[in-house]
Write a protein that binds this ligand. Structure first.
Ligand code: AAO
Length: 511
């Protein structure tokens, strides 16, 4: 027993599956394209006080500057060097952000783009965010340095040099992902160079990494550079803590490369989660919320303790990546809030909230022709995130993570952490409810008629504040109040035309 306890404590500190979030915080937010100085402020003024455990930040290393189209968001996925030097800020600003966020208990996770460098077709020069010279034609990146030896050109067997067929595992790992120069991760020099970059970030206090394009690296090659990573900084984390790893692998089924191939390295993004949840909440293909009763592994998702889950990400919110039309985003706000609410109430997976910028979305023949548009900027310089009097964001930043319904469900998840999925109820259609032990309860009405019913909540008797329609403040509720009897029963009424047709109550919202 004692040995078992010891082993489980070691596992908790060591394993790359553990996000090392602090103070019982259970979710992270992707602050897509934000500046480092704004993220530092957001950690202090909003994320820590509202129970967010961490931030996924955009790639911090030097990237190509693309002028046609003008500074697309995706230029940051074309590395030029591992200098910490981007539109989000320089190394000093990055360091300051990591320290200030860590000091208030909010972790920083870096989006690590290490599968490749910039596109094959980019012209040689110094059009890069730190002005470093590079030459894609000769595979020369002196600021790293990488040269022809360090790329997969000899290994790839397609005539174009690009991935042409996702059913050919060798192509997917050894050829170029849409022309991006593919690093030879089998080489010890490349592995060590990548590990040095990530260790530099760890030394500043970073808690882990999203590994971009993991599908395009051999799991064994990834393990080789991940094994070279140092433990997290003991300035903020327990001795022996391993960096949290989550690998971007798009596995919707139907390709030979599976998410499970990567479990040995860390967690994996579960793309089925958002695609399916969108289909259910939109009521497409005959789906209904009643079917969510066995959500999770029951829907053939990966094991919960391996999954990183999200409703949308920076790619699929604009038709990149898995491109499923069912994906819900801030553009469909009412359905989106329900989907994010469901995700955060449900115990499955480790949850990531998306925080976006607005762009002039414009469809031609079913494709958004403005899917490339970069963050709000003045002549290329990323605009500050301004905060309005009502706590929402200005300057084109959407800040879904500040929407009351989403922020309060992040708190719900913290309050319900560790509690079982209990007291499921459904009407056979799109009215469903469930609890989290004796800590929280949530009810949805996604039908075209009213919900009016008495349900077992599992909660102690008392008056609770619905955290979707309002907030508890100074022991009174600005939204709907729910009365739970001594038998745990409560009456719920939700109009199908309500602004937000769902109600959530939890122990910290008890009056
Ligand atoms: C840009 C230009 C390109 C140009 C290139 C080089 O847009 O025209 O050739 O530069 O000059 C981002 C952008 C890219 C951009 C790139 C570099 O999205 O447009 O290219 O920066 O600037 C695959 C990968 C996945 C990747 C995703 C976008 O597997 O790793 O494509 N995501 C990450 C990042 C992303 C970034 C990169 C990687 C590159 O999150 O922001 O790209 O660093 C199938 C496969 C998926 C594959 C998709 C898309 O998906 O399964 O693995 O994702 O195709 O190619 C159904 C299927 C589903 C299928 C889908 C789409 O839904 O079920 O499996 O259809 O066909």
């Amino acid at each position: 027993m004692r040995l078992f306890l010891l082993l489980s404590i070691l596992w908790v500190c060591w394993a790359q599956y553990n996000p090392h979030t602090r103070n019982g915080q259970t979710s992270i937010v992707h602050l897509f394209e934000w500046r480092w100085d704004d993220i530092a402020l957001e950690c202090e003024r909003y994320l820590a006080p509202n129970g967010y455990g961490g931030v996924q930040v955009s790639p911090p290393n030097e990237n190509v500057v693309i002028n046609n189209p003008s500074r697309p968001w995706w230029e940051r996925y074309q590395p030029i060097s591992y200098k910490i030097c981007t539109r989000s800020g320089n190394e000093d600003a990055f360091k300051d952000m990591v320290k200030r966020c860590n000091d208030v208990g909010v972790n920083i996770y870096v989006d690590a783009v290490v599968n490749h460098m910039c596109g094959n077709g980019v012209s040689a020069g110094t059009s890069s965010t730190c002005g470093s010279y590079f030459n894609p034609g000769t595979r020369d990146f002196p600021a790293v340095p990488y040269s022809g030896w360090d790329f997969n050109d000899g290994k790839c067997k397609t005539s174009s040099g690009d991935i042409e067929n996702y059913n050919d595992v060798n192509q997917v790992r050894d050829c170029r992902l849409s022309g991006l120069l593919d690093l030879a991760m089998e080489k010890d020099y490349v592995r060590s160079t990548v590990a040095d970059y990530l260790n530099h970030l760890i030394s500043m206090g970073v808690a882990g990494f999203r590994i971009d394009a993991s599908k395009h690296m051999w799991p064994g090659d990834m393990k080789a550079f991940l094994d070279k990573l140092n433990n997290l900084s003991t300035n903020w984390f327990p001795e022996g803590s391993r960096p949290f790893i989550f690998q971007e692998v798009i596995d919707l089924g139907g390709e030979p490369i599976k998410s499970s191939d990567y479990f040995g390295n860390g967690r994996v993004t579960e793309f089925k989660f958002g695609a399916k949840l969108g289909t259910v909440i939109r009521k497409w293909n005959g789906e209904k919320m009643a079917y969510l009763k066995n959500w999770g592994e029951g829907w053939s998702f990966m094991p919960s303790e391996r999954a990183l889950v999200f409703v949308d990400n920076h790619d699929n919110q604009r038709g990149h990546g898995d491109g499923g039309a069912s994906i819900l985003t801030f553009w469909d706000a009412r359905l989106y809030k329900m989907a994010v609410g469901f995700m955060l109430a449900h115990p499955y997976g480790f949850t990531r909230v998306m925080s976006s910028f607005r762009w002039p979305r414009y469809f031609e023949n079913g494709k958004d022709v403005n899917d490339w548009v970069g963050p709000p900027n003045d002549n290329g310089v990323i605009k500050r995130v301004t905060i309005n009097a009502d706590t929402t964001c200005g300057n084109g930043w959407v800040c879904e993570h500040r929407w009351r319904q989403i922020r309060n469900m992040v708190i719900f998840r913290n309050v319900a952490n560790g509690q079982n999925f209990t007291n499921w109820w459904d009407n056979g259609s799109n009215q469903v409810a469930f609890g989290r032990g004796n800590r929280g309860f949530i009810v949805f009405n996604n039908d075209d008629w009213a919900l009016s019913t008495t349900l077992q909540t599992g909660l102690p008797a008392g008056t609770y504040c619905d955290v979707i329609s309002g907030d508890k403040s100074d022991n009174h509720c600005t939204g709907i109040e729910i009365y739970v009897g001594s038998d745990g029963l409560a009456y719920f009424s939700i109009s199908n035309t309500a602004e937000d047709p769902f109600i959530a109550i939890h122990m910290d919202a008890k009056l």
